[in-house]
Ligand binder design. Sequence first.
Ligand code: ADP
Length: 165
Amino acid sequence: MKQRIAIYPGTFDPITKGHMDIIRRALSVCDKLIIAVADDIPKTPIFAADKRAEMVQTDLEHMGLGKQAVMAMPFSGLLVDFAKEQGATILIRGLRAVSDFEYEFQLANMNLRLSPDIQTVFLPASDTHQFLASSMVKEIARLGGDVSEFVSKNVAEELKTYYRD
Ligand code: ADP
C-alpha cells in the first residue's frame, strides 16, 4: 500500500507540549510525518527557522520518535508546493477551542482550492493543552516566569537564554 505522508506546518516559535501532543496523535493517521517549520511568515519570530526546526527535532528525539517516521525541516514558499515536493497528501492542523476555527477553516479552504489532492485533517487540542500557545509561553518567559509545564526542558533553556541576553 502507498505510504501516507503528512505535513504538520506551523511557526513553532517555539514548539510547545500542545504541538507535541498533536504530533504524537497525528502519527495514527499517517505513516510518515514532516513537521514543516515556516520560514517565510508575516509575524516576526524570536528564533530563526533553522533554530526552530532544530528545537523540534530535539524534542522529537526526546519523545523517542525515529527519524524514519517523523522529521522536522524548515520551508518557505507555498505550503501546498512544499507538500507536493515531499509527496504528501495530508496536512495536519491542531484546533484549540473556538479561537482557531475561523482562521483554520479559511486556510484549509484556500489550500484545498490551490491543491484539491491534499486534504487537511484537524486534530482537536486535548483538554490540558486547550489554552496553550507559543505566544503566551514567550510572554511568561520574557517576564521571568516558569514555563516548564508548557515546553520541554531544552526549549525552556533556549527561552531563558534568549530573554537573558
Ligand atoms: P501558526 O503560526 O501556523 O498557527 P503555530 O506554531 O502557532 O503556527 O501552530 C501550528 C499548528 O498547531 C496550528 O494548527 C495550531 O492551531 C496548532 N496548535 C498550536 N498550539 C496548539 C495546542 N496547544 N494544541 C493543539 N494545537 C495547537
